[in-house]
Ligand binder design. Sequence first.
Ligand SMILES: Cc1cc2nc3c(=O)[nH]c(=O)nc-3n(C[C@H](O)[C@H](O)[C@H](O)COP(=O)(O)OP(=O)(O)OC[C@H]3O[C@@H](n4cnc5c(N)ncnc54)[C@H](O)[C@@H]3O)c2cc1C
Length: 466
Amino acid sequence: MGSLDIAANMPIIWRHSVDEERYEKARVGRVFNRRRPKRYPVAVVEAESEEHIVQAVKLAIGQQLRISVRSGGHSWAAWSVRDNAVLLDLGKWEHISLDKDAGTVTVSPSTTGHVLNNYLGQHGFLFPGGHCPDVGLGGFLLQGGMGWNCKNWGWACENIVALDVVTADGELVRVDEEQNSDLFFAARGAGPGFPAIVTKFHLKVRKSYTSMLASTFVYPISKYSEVLDWVVKISPGFDDAVEIVACANTPAEVGEICITAHFVTFKNTREEAVKSLELANTTRPEGFLVEIVNEPTSLAEEYKAQALANPTGHRYCAENGYIKNDSNVAAVLEPSFTTLPHPKAFAIWFAMNPCSRRELPDMALSMQSDHYFAVYTVWEDENDDERCQKWTRGVMKDLAPHCEGAYLGDSDFQIRQTKFWTDDKANRLMEIRRRRDPTSRICGYLIPGDASGAEGLENIDKLHLD
Ligand SMILES: Cc1cc2nc3c(=O)[nH]c(=O)nc-3n(C[C@H](O)[C@H](O)[C@H](O)COP(=O)(O)OP(=O)(O)OC[C@H]3O[C@@H](n4cnc5c(N)ncnc54)[C@H](O)[C@@H]3O)c2cc1C
């Protein structure tokens, strides 16, 4: 069958043959960031099955086109939208099935953390997907996945048992420790440079928790140093149920920048949960504006709070880094935490120790430190684009020398490259890329001019936009 005959059997929208509105909806309708890219695919395949994914790759091969993939559409830089490529949108390919005895779930990549946990919750299980409800498992897991209680439960990708993927030459294959093990290494940390297309993830699940509690302390930003020093210092003293984040934001009720410390514990009895938050509750500094101690919560409640902080229909840019362990964290983060450029912007310090101190499995993901920093600059008005992005770049320029490297998930390589892996893992990953997809059929890392190709991403500091 010729490649255009293949296209006749697929849900495909060609740019040249539909009206602009339909094309635009297919191009960016499922992209979370309202700051739309000026990149234009030749066609969009709205796959509904694994067979459509295989056919889309064959079509791209036949037409000598590149192919890009979209699962949940949450990459900040809209990596799925590429010039002159076939965009394979997996939003309509839906699959979830649980094997209770094995403790595994099989999901299609566009499944979101929220959808998966709604389903698993009914069966007494949980998966540590992204903190925001609508992040797709596809992009999230390929990057490593900083999911719920990552500091203790580890990277979400460590729960991948196997994957089904379509290779760059259009073959549907199983990937695990034994079969296609090079792709198994790559799938856990390659991010948007994975040289194949995932059709299904097979994941280990955890038993869900029946008593989640949260303690939250909000302070005026004048208490910034004292509060951040305190959170950083006490974090290693908690048990393995507690997720910890410090956040600078502008709560509407206060109307000015505040610093908040938020502790969530995942336990099975209230007594255990109260005990695990005791360290925070008994040592928190005086001078808070709001103190909420041992408040019952749930994943559903935490998702609601995340969705409020990351509203849809807004313009975003994100930056991040792993702050070196020997840094004075509060001093290094002060400019970003105290000068946010918009009332909707926020910055976080996310505790990663003890995960950061463990030896990781043999996988591409390899960059981490005790201190994860990210800034999410959120705004609504296009006129604020330049100001908000400039502020983000400026803050990160000063901070970068204090970082070991960065996380793919909150990065934009068109602006800045850095170390995303240790050098040995980066070299191995790029070798796998070159071998598995020598013509760069599958769009990889998006650098300026979309020029990275089969070579992949250099694991070095490079500033593309000052
Ligand atoms: C509001 C918000 C909250 C977030 N919270 C978190 C968080 O808590 N933890 C965290 O770790 N990250 C978080 N992120 C970052 C997020 O994980 C990444 O942006 C991730 O890429 C999103 O995955 P996606 O499938 O939704 O994105 P997409 O834009 O659909 O995919 C991103 C890229 O991944 C690759 N890809 C996706 N699916 C496939 C596939 N099936 N086969 C091959 N390649 C594929 C492609 O290169 C694609 O362009 C958040 C992002 C947002 C916008």
